[in-house]
Design a protein around this ligand. Structure first.
Ligand code: ATP
Ligand code: MG
Length: 415
């Protein structure tokens, strides 16, 4: 059980890591090192599980006293991101630190850099925090190596930018450059008037306007890259979104055309290389009506679409995060079962008339191949990610069939 404490809490037994003398890729031995996590959400929680399985202790920094990761870490430093004493405590107790959400303030990463190993590094996280820089990077990678471009886009930061929007970018999607997630901070706009109104409604924040594209499907790729540059990837995930939130990921042979899968994997690795990235990186793609591929965005961490790997692969995305952080070997992951993952959002805890309910777990868990993961969140709210359910099976058809049964039991629309 974690011991939650404020930043001023005693620094007990944890040995000084002597961190920066360690070369970036030096191995931190399983069983004796302490790893740190900036962020206490579900991704941090699943990182803790993977790290602890391999004998590492984990210290989580998160301001929420009831954070999902804080509850399972050996130690929870409960403090704000910009709390200098808390960052000192984290750096002093951990040989290496990773992140589980990209909006950790740059200053927090800077405070840690130079004091302990940081993977991913502050520069890569800073690019992932800003859609403009992210899309510029994608455009550069497309020209120089991968050939997979982002959607046509332009930066919107002034009235003059609005006036200069070319007709080809409408209809379009206006997205805030910073802090957007799960479809928040974005608006679909069909006309110049709608664009101006949407920018006003977004508080005239710096934005990116991208052309609205005819999507046939969405997919993502998780890559893991060591400090020595070795890079491996998980199979391509085919993703279904609803209301801007991931609803389901399907991962099996033929989920997307093989040529596109290879192209996406190569593009994701090119992006990781261009960033000199260290850690786990997820790159999201659109497949268009004409079977061409577009790179949409990246997350400098494990991703919701990669959760299936816990049950369907020999190495999960969280173990890959541990391995890259600790300088352990990175064998190429292999998938042993077809998988379909369903997100369990807060609405699953309410019945059709809006009354709170306990989801029918006994019926769901009677389905073959069901793996339930709940994140320990106390309050269910619509749209809140409470857990996920992965179905593994010998064939795609079987995994889909059981997942559709579960969806029906849980009141999730079929996909
Ligand atoms: P995430 O939670 O993945 O970080 P986000 O809020 O950062 O999401 P995006 O991934 O850029 O935003 O967009 C959310 C969804 O909106 C996409 O998964 C896609 O379904 C749709 N979308 C985004 N951009 C476009 C576009 N240019 N054309 C068509 N659909 C789009
Ligand atoms: Mg997205």
């Amino acid at each position: 059980m974690a011991r939650a404490e404020g930043a001023g809490g005693a620094l007990h037994h944890l040995a000084s890591p002597g961190a920066m003398s360690a070369a970036a890729s030096q191995l931190l031995p399983p069983g004796s090192a302490t790893l740190g996590m900036l962020g206490g959400g579900q991704l941090g929680r699943m990182f803790c599980h993977a790290a602890q399985t391999m004998g590492y202790d984990v210290v989580v920094l998160d301001p929420d006293a009831h954070s999902p990761a804080g509850a399972v870490a050996q130690r929870h430093i409960c403090a704000a991101w910009d709390d200098a004493a808390a960052l000192d405590a984290l750096a002093a107790s951990c040989a290496a630190v990773s992140v589980e959400f990209e909006n950790v303030p740059a200053a927090a990463l800077q405070a840690l850099a130079g004091r302990c190993r940081l993977a991913p590094g502050a520069a890569a996280v800073a690019i992932a925090q800003d859609r403009r820089r992210e899309k510029e990077l994608f455009a550069r990678c497309a020209r120089q190596s991968s050939g997979v471009p982002p959607a046509p886009f332009m930066s919107i930061a002034s009235e003059a930018d609005l006036a200069a929007v070319p007709p080809t970018l409408l209809p379009g999607v206006l997205k805030t450059a910073r802090l957007g997630y799960d479809g928040k901070g974005q608006a679909r706009v069909r006309s110049r008037t709608a664009l101006a109104d949407a920018w006003e409604a977004l508080g005239r924040a710096p934005c990116v306007l991208e052309q609205m594209l005819p999507l046939a499907a969405e997919c993502s790729v998780i890559v893991a890259r060591g400090a020595d540059g070795q890079c491996v990837h998980l199979p391509v995930q085919r993703n279904t979104h609803r209301a801007g939130i991931l609803a389901a990921s399907e991962v099996y042979e033929g989920n997307v055309p093989a040529a596109l899968a290879q192209q996406a994997q190569a593009a994701a690795e090119d992006i990781a290389r261009a960033l000199d990235y260290s850690g786990v990186l997820c790159v999201e793609f659109f497949i268009l009506d004409d079977d061409s591929l577009i790179v949409n965005e990246m997350a400098p961490r494990p991703h919701n679409s990669g959760h299936y790997s816990i049950n369907a692969c020999d190495v999960s995305q969280f173990e890959l995060q541990v391995r890259t952080l600790a300088g352990l070997p990175l064998p190429a992951p292999s998938q042993h079962s077809a998988a379909v993952m369903l997100n369990l959002l807060g609405q699953v805890w309410f019945d059709a008339s809006g009354q709170p309910r306990t989801p029918p777990w006994a019926q769901v868990l009677a389905l073959p191949g069901a793996h339930l993961h709940l994140y320990g969140k106390r309050e269910a709210r619509a749209g809140r990610k409470m857990g996920h359910l992965t179905f593994t099976a010998a064939s795609a058809q079987q995994a889909r069939r059981q997942a559709l049964r579960a969806a029906s039991l849980l009141g999730i629309a079929p996909f």
